[in-house]
Design a protein around this ligand. Structure first.
Ligand code: BGC
Length: 811
């Protein structure tokens, strides 16, 4: 194995789900889990194919409540390929003597290889090698090539090759009580002796799906006419291909599949398109070549030259690989958001949360069009967000905590605690801070790209309407002469109510309040910066008057922020009065306490009672805002916060966090990077391990954690290398851990491609050749350089920073 390969060298039924998720292949349009082609969903294997943005709703009764849930639909399984020898049983891994089994994911070329050798009950030895891809350049195509070698036998080999429409969304045990059959109206057809097609429709969203398959069979390199019989029953269509093989013969089946839906552009209807495309497609090898070329282009754009350990480099490559399989240039024209668990499994039903906050910086600085498409996904749902705000009695736009097809709130009203078996009310939809994430993403995208057009045409409208929502959410509290925000949930989802209080939500979540001050100020600043004509258009269209912007200004100056008596920022009002948890006792009793909420509920206790957080909440402030920005916001609010108190805040919350979300380690690595390098690197290692080692114990099989995967890579660029976009400049404040070896990366800032080399506190920036007018401003410490095409700048900061670095968080 090299840093560009990832794989497994045995077959472990207990671990198969995780491996399938990690070996998923995708292209931003659709993705398919790395399930064995002969398998079905049987508790060990879970074949899953998901098309970006294809959701469907089902209604079920659980715990006496009728609930409607929307899910990313598991599509017909195009992998179906199995075989049998003579009249024996169809191949089953568990019924043979498995001599070898390995899966290898080629991260450079985007190909999954499976090699196995087995001896069957008649002592015949067979070798099988399978290669597959989900095409990165032709997004509707996928291929599976299977080579079988009869090592020591001769006889009849029958291969079954087709499409299995008998699928449902059963990938997550916790959701089993909910409806899972999304596909209806199946039709199958044999188009020609080697092409079959299956079509179906989603039951509620009426998306039509077609998968066509072309199968060709070869003896060695020679195409042969195998005896074919058509199998067409119960939503499956397949050909049985029968050939006589001699000892040592190599039989190869090439299966090319094309998947289309009625959501596609430039199509007439899915069946005709999928049949036509599969008929015209090149052979397996030709497609592999064009596929690998498309990957090579992506790798150049997302280049990270690393000298870290091979395992760490492999993790970085794997993380970027899965990011680009979930969103890629093939997504550019799609109306899709980023599902928190990728297109790799069914956890959170494919919903879109705030997770893009951790992902956008990687995209904006490399393929800004991908960041923009995610922002367009939000823009198209602005109407829904406005309606949601209105229905809840607010103004502006209230984006949903969980979003799917049309931007309606998709958070569940009830959730199952698998530990206690109880269905419980779920108030996490009160995470209003999602709107702040949308606004922050727009602002960051604009800083990274300078895309005035987007800001003016789409971004500004969203920021203004989000600011308007938060302004209406905030209430003026006369007794304090400050604005307060009551009844919300912060990023830490353990606290959804005060103990003993019957209404959900907590008051004055510091993260939400401080970010609201940031938002209101940004909205006012935006109005000043917009071209006058556009500003007038927007203020007219949205009917923004002076009294409203005055209120935003006042909120930016008078928002209430709770502090403990000793100056620590309170996660929310009253957090310090909650009971302390005996962390050692719980760790001693349960070992893994990441999901402390479930443990406590199962003990008939309540996480709301304790100073215990699921993930970074207050510390998110140090993650999103630079030290200067935060200091500036707090000073304006009249809460001067000496930088020396920041480490105390970090320490306080670190001791009270169970890291029940993989996002937590990303934020902790970030905030510890300057002050506690070793601890930061430990968290960084944890982020790199989160899916590879399934550190949340049994969640990776339900889909990867895309934000942690990408956030981990982002730590390299924005945190350790200290690359920040702010105030129209690319700012550097590197504190690169020398033990990681030097770093080289490519990025694109405001249209100029840059190669950046970092080691310790030194950074070199080289820009590619290009039009002379394209200049960018780079700054490091007190020095500012205007960098033009083909120029190089070198910056070096003192090592270590004079007087230490009291801010203890980057950049
Ligand atoms: C985290 C959220 C996150 C969601 C999806 C939850 O466990 O608490 O912050 O958005 O997972 O990744």
């Amino acid at each position: 194995m090299t840093a560009w390969q990832f794989g497994f060298h045995d077959f472990d039924p207990d671990d198969e789900g995780r491996r399938e998720a990690l070996c998923t292949l995708g292209n931003g349009y659709f993705a398919t889990r790395g399930a064995a082609p002969e398998s079905r969903a049987d508790g060990v294997h879970y074949p899953g194919t998901y098309v970006a943005g294809c959701y469907n709703r089902l209604t079920t009764t659980v715990a006496d409540h009728e609930v409607e849930t929307e899910s990313l639909v598991n599509m017909p399984n195009w992998l179906l390929l199995t075989f049998r020898l003579n009249d024996g049983p169809w191949f089953d891994l568990t019924q043979v003597d498995l001599l070898d089994h390995e899966q290898e994911l080629d991260l450079e070329r985007g190909i999954l290889v499976r090699r196995l050798r087995f001896r069957d009950r008649q002592a015949r030895t067979t070798r099988v090698v399978q290669h597959r891809f989900v095409h990165m350049a032709s997004p509707h195509l996928a291929g599976l090539e299977t080579t079988l070698v009869a090592e020591d036998w001769s006889g009849t080999l029958t291969l079954r090759c087709g499409i299995d429409g008998n699928v449902a969304n059963t990938g997550v045990a916790r959701y089993r009580a909910l409806g899972d059959r999304h596909l209806v109206d199946y039709h199958t057809a044999e188009i020609s002796p080697n092409i079959v097609v299956l079509q179906a429709r989603t039951s509620q969203s009426h998306i039509r799906i077609a998968e066509a398959e072309r199968a060709r069979i070869y003896l060695g390199d020679e195409p042969i006419d195998a005896k074919r019989s058509l199998l067409r029953h119960a939503n499956v269509i397949a050909h049985d291909l029968t050939v006589e093989v001699q000892r040592g013969t190599e039989v190869r089946v090439e299966k090319i599949v094309s998947l289309h839906t009625s959501r596609d552009f430039a199509t007439t209807e899915p069946v005709a398109e999928s049949v036509e495309q599969v008929r015209d497609a090149a052979g397996f090898d030709g497609l592999c070549r064009s596929h690998s070329l498309a990957w090579a282009r992506l790798h150049r754009t997302f280049h990270y030259g690393l000298s870290m350990s091979e395992a760490a480099r492999q993790a970085v490559h794997l993380h970027l690989f899965h990011l680009l399989q979930t969103i890629s240039p093939n997504s550019t024209d799609l109306d899709v958001g980023l599902p928190a668990r990728g297109l790799h499994g069914e956890a959170y039903r494919g919903h879109v949360f705030w997770d893009e906050l951790f992902i956008l910086p990687t995209l904006s600085l490399r393929m800004p069009q991908l960041a923009r498409l995610l922002l367009h996904y939000r823009y198209r749902r602005l109407r829904q967000a406005r309606n949601a705000a209105r229905d809840a009695g607010f103004a502006g736009a209230m984006f949903p905590w969980q979003s799917g097809s049309n931007g309606r709130e998709e958070s569940q009203l009830l959730h199952l605690n698998p530990r206690s078996g109880r269905w419980l009310p779920d108030h996490t939809h009160l995470q209003r801070h999602i709107g702040i994430a949308v606004a922050h993403n727009i602002w960051h995208y604009y800083q990274a790209t300078g895309d005035d057009e987007f800001l003016s045409d789409y971004g500004a409208e969203m920021i203004l309407d989000i600011a308007r929502f938060f302004s209406s959410l905030a209430q003026y509290d006369h007794s304090r002469d400050r604005y307060v925000i009551r009844g919300v949930v912060g990023p830490d989802e353990y606290h959804t109510a005060y103990p003993g209080r019957d209404r959900p939500g907590i008051d004055n979540n510091a993260y939400t309040n401080i970010m609201t001050a940031w938002l209101c100020r940004t909205a006012v600043r935006l109005l000043h910066e917009l071209p006058a004509e556009r500003r007038d258009e927007l203020t007219d269209a949205l009917d923004i008057r002076h009294h409203e912007t005055d209120r935003w200004n006042r909120i930016a100056q008078r928002m209430f922020v709770p502090f403990h008596a000793d100056g620590i920022i309170s996660q929310f009002e009253g957090y310090d009065r909650l009971a302390e948890l005996d962390w050692d006792a719980y760790r001693g009793r349960y070992g893994d306490i990441q999901r402390l909420d479930r443990i406590l509920e199962a003990e008939n206790d309540d996480p709301n009672r304790y100073q215990a957080s699921k993930q970074a909440d207050v510390l998110m402030l140090f993650y999103l805002l630079s030290a200067e920005e935060l200091e500036d916001i707090l000073t304006r609010l009249g809460y001067p916060m000496p930088a020396e108190t920041i480490p105390d805040n970090i320490d306080y919350y670190l001791r009270r966090t169970s890291h029940g979300s993989t996002l937590s380690a990303v934020v902790h690595a970030w905030v510890l990077a300057r002050g506690h390098r070793h601890r930061a690197l430990e968290f960084f290692d944890e982020v790199l391990a989160s899916d590879i080692h399934d550190t949340q114990h049994g969640t990776t099989n339900e889909g990867i954690h895309l934000a942690a995967m990408t956030g981990g890579v982002d730590l390299l660029q924005r945190c350790f290398a200290g690359i920040e976009v702010r105030d129209g400049m690319l700012r550097f404040n590197p504190l690169w851990p020398t033990e990681l070896g030097p770093l080289e990366l490519s990025l694109r800032y405001r249209g100029l491609p840059l190669t950046i080399k970092v080691t310790g506190r030194t950074i070199t920036v080289r820009s590619a050749l290009g039009p002379a007018h394209r200049r960018v401003t780079c700054a490091c410490g007190p020095r500012t350089v205007h960098l033009g095409p083909g120029e190089t700048a070198r910056f070096s900061l003192e090592h270590p920073p004079r007087g230490g670095d009291p801010t203890a968080f980057p950049p």
